[in-house]
Design a protein around this ligand. Structure first.
Ligand SMILES: NC(=O)c1ccc[n+]([C@@H]2O[C@H](COP(=O)([O-])OP(=O)(O)OC[C@H]3O[C@@H](n4cnc5c(N)ncnc54)[C@H](OP(=O)(O)O)[C@@H]3O)[C@@H](O)[C@H]2O)c1
Length: 270
């Protein structure tokens, strides 16, 4: 029987002894995910938290360490828009021997909204666009590839890669060209990966509109009137989701583990 599976139901009750990597763990969805998932990791598991803000990662580390028994937490302060930032995460992951774990989880969660104050016609600077895509697309591909190379598939190791996606991967939002383009590219990237590696579990999860700094940035800076008004109204009317609600659904889906690999699942469809 797989680690953590109960005989009475097909839903696992924990994620086993795992190496779990979460990018963008310093705040918002990633921070909440780190808190919730740490309670479902068996002693001896390793949790790698990645973001640029070392201070916030340190606070989270202290928070988690006080509650979690036998969980090793490692913080990697890295800018994922830079090659050496991605490499540093891979170097940290390599310190955990594959023989020490029975599950591997990589959450590609870090992202930025980009400049939403302009429309497509305003993006003439290729360097600016490249910088956005480096951080939001290339880093997720290269980090995922690097981690899969360090931990090749073998019997007894369950491997799962999650792409934190968005409705914007599927629908065009005026003045959010960078974000929509990046999310669409990532979804396709992970669909290709799922086809190439049938043993790997791959999920693109759209968490719904969350009450985080990214939403604040959206309602403060969006050029398009309709989008700005609708994000402002969602906030004012209390229609944003809490990270806890959305993380809870993601964890349930992952424990159940019966989704089609490569699928795009949305909070509201679950
Ligand atoms: N908020 C929403 O309504 C919403 C809706 C749909 C999908 N999503 C997706 O959900 C995920 C989490 O979003 P969120 O709302 O929690 O965003 P957030 O509050 O803005 O947090 C973003 C996280 O990414 C990290 N990050 C940003 N740039 C980085 C860089 N260059 N290198 C390393 N880390 C970086 C940030 O840490 P540092 O600043 O410390 O580096 C932070 O931990 C994202 O993929 C987002 O696209 C969000």
């Amino acid at each position: 029987m797989e680690a953590g599976k109960t005989s009475a139901s097909s839903e696992a009750k924990d994620f086993g002894k795992a190496l779990c990597i979460i990018t963008g763990a310093s705040k918002g969805f990633g921070r909440c995910l780190a808190k919730e998932i740490s309670a479902l990791l068996k002693p001896g598991s390793v949790l790698i938290l990645v973001a640029r803000s070392g201070e916030k990662l340190q606070e989270l580390d202290e928070d988690l360490s006080s509650d979690s028994d036998g969980l090793v937490i490692r913080c990697v302060v890295a800018d994922l828009g830079q090659k050496d930032g991605v490499e540093r995460v891979i170097i940290e992951a390599r310190k955990t021997p594959s023989s020490d774990i029975n599950s591997l989880f990589l959450f590609n969660n870090a992202a930025s909204l980009g400049d939403v104050s302009r429309y497509v016609r305003g993006f003439t600077d290729m360097d600016e666009v490249d910088r956005y895509l480096s951080m939001n697309v290339s880093s997720a591909l290269c980090l995922t590839a690097g981690i899969l190379q360090v931990f090749p598939g073998h019997v007894g190791l369950r491997r799962c890669v999650v792409n934190v996606s968005s409705l914007c991967a599927l629908q065009p939002f005026p003045s959010w060209v960078l974000y929509c383009t990046g999310k669409a590219a990532r979804d396709m990237m992970f669909r290709v990966l799922a086809k190439e590696e049938p043993e790997l579990r791959v999920l693109s999860y759209a968490p719904g509109p969350l009450d985080t700094d990214m939403q604040l940035h959206a309602r403060s800076n969006t050029a398009d009137d309709n989008i700005r008004k609708s994000t402002t109204a969602m906030h004012a009317e209390g229609r944003l989701l809490t990270c806890e609600e959305s993380v809870g659904k993601l964890i349930k889906v992952m424990l159940k583990d019966d989704y089609a690999s490569g699928a795009h699942l949305d909070f509201y469809d679950l």
